[in-house]
Design a protein around this ligand. Structure first.
Ligand SMILES: Cc1ncc(C[n+]2csc(CCOP(=O)(O)OP(=O)(O)O)c2C)c(N)n1
Ligand SMILES: [Mg+2]
Length: 301
C-alpha cells in the first residue's frame, strides 16, 4: 500500500512536532538510564524512539493516572530487551515519574533491565522469550472484541521475531479471526544478537509475506515522524472490529540520533565508556536542536 505524504497543514505540523519532541525526550531518558548501568540495549531504544513516540504521543488512548483504565488501548512490547525504550516512553507519557528512571536496573526498582509487567505501571506483558507478543496480542484483540470493546491492541515486534514460527502462526490467526482491532509494528533495524538479520535468517520480502497472510501492510522510514504518523493514520482508518489486521514495517537505524552509537560495531548490547555518555548527550542535543547540524554533518534528516 502506498502512502502519499503531502505538505503538512498547520495542525499536522503541530502533531509531527509533538511526536518529534516526545522522541527527543525519550532519547535523553534512554541515555540517562544507560548511564545508570553503564551498558544496555541503548541502540534499539534510540532507533525505535520515533515508533514509540508516534504511538504514545499521537495514537494510544490511555490515562496516565490510571494505567489499568479498562477502556485503554493496549500496547504490547514483545521484545523484553527493549524495556529501556518502553520505560523512556512511559516517562515521556507521564505514566512513570521521570525521576524514577534513575533507579533503572537496580535492586527493588520498578524498572528492571528485562521487562516484568507486574513491576512496571503501563507495561501490559512481560517479554524476554521472543516471538510470543503477537500471539498474546491476538488473544487480547479477540477477547476485547468479545466484550464489544472499542480498544485497539498495538503490538511492537522486532525483525528478529520474524524468524520465529509462532509470529507467523499468530499472523494467520489474526487474519482468520478478522482482528481489525489489531495493529502491529516491526522495528526493522536489520540487526539481531548474532549479527545482521539478513545473515541470521533472511526475512525479505517482508511486505509481501504479511500481505499474503491477509494483513494491511505499510512500509516506511521508521525514523521519520511524519511518515510514521501517516502510516498509523492509514492503519487506524482501516481498523474495524472485524476486518483486516494492519502492520507497519518500520525501517530504522540503530542508535539513531547519536552518531557515536550509530556506527558501533557491537550494537546489540552496548557497553559505553564513562566519558562517552556526555558525548552522547551533547550529540543528541546538537542533532535535534541545532538547525545547522544536519547540513554541517551531512547526516540524513
Ligand atoms: C525465543 C528466544 N530465542 C532467543 C532469544 C535470545 N535473543 C535475545 S535478543 C535476540 C535477538 C533477536 O533479534 P532482534 O530483537 O531483532 O535483536 P536486536 O534488534 O535487538 O539486536 C535473541 C536471539 C530469546 N530472547 N528468545
Ligand atoms: Mg533487530
Amino acid at each position: 500500500m502506498t502512502i502519499t505524504t503531502p505538505a503538512p497543514t498547520h495542525n499536522e505540523r503541530a502533531r509531527i512536532d509533538k511526536a518529534a519532541d516526545f522522541a527527543y525526550r525519550m532519547r535523553h531518558h534512554v541515555i540517562d538510564m544507560g548511564e545508570a548501568q553503564g551498558q544496555g540495549y541503548v541502540g534499539q531504544a534510540l532507533g525505535a524512539a520515533d515508533i514509540f513516540a508516534a504511538v504514545y504521543a499521537d495514537r494510544l488512548n490511555y490515562r496516565a493516572d490510571n494505567p489499568h483504565w479498562n477502556e485503554r488501548d493496549r500496547f504490547l512490547l514483545s521484545t523484553g530487551h527493549y524495556a529501556i525504550g518502553l520505560y523512556a516512553a512511559l516517562a515521556a507519557a507521564g505514566i512513570v515519574p521521570e525521576d524514577e528512571l534513575e533507579t533503572y536496573g537496580s535492586d527493588d526498582s520498578r524498572l528492571p533491565m528485562s521487562a516484568m509487567a507486574t513491576y512496571t505501571p503501563g507495561m501490559e506483558i512481560s517479554g524476554g522469550s521472543l516471538g510470543h507478543g503477537l500471539t498474546v496480542a491476538v488473544g487480547m484483540a479477540l477477547g476485547l472484541r468479545h466484550q464489544n470493546s472499542q480498544s485497539r491492541v498495538f503490538n511492537f515486534l522486532s525483525d528478529g521475531e520474524l524468524d520465529e514460527g509462532s509470529t507467523w502462526e499468530a499472523a494467520m490467526g489474526a487474519h482468520h479471526h478478522r482482528l481489525g482491532n489489531l495493529i502491529a509494528m516491526v522495528d526493522m533495524n536489520a540487526l539481531q544478537a548474532d549479527g545482521p538479520t539478513a545473515g541470521v535468517l533472511g526475512i525479505e520480502p517482508v511486505h509481501e509475506k504479511w500481505a499474503a497472510m491477509g494483513w494491511n501492510v505499510y512500509r516506511i522510514d521508521g525514523n521519520d515522524p511524519a511518515a510514521l504518523l501517516g502510516a498509523f493514520d492509514s492503519a487506524c482508518a482501516a481498523s474495524a472490529p472485524a476486518g483486516k489486521p494492519s502492520i507497519i514495517i518500520c525501517d530504522t537505524k540503530i542508535g539513531y540520533g547519536v552518531p557515536l552509537l550509530e556506527n558501533r560495531e557491537k550494537a546489540h548490547f552496548m557497553r559505553i565508556d564513562e566519558h562517552e555518555w556526555a558525548i552522547c548527550r551533547q550529540q543528541l542535543t546538537d542533532r535535534f536542536t541545532d538547525p545547522t547540524y544536519l547540513q554541517e554533518n551531512e547526516v540524513q534528516a
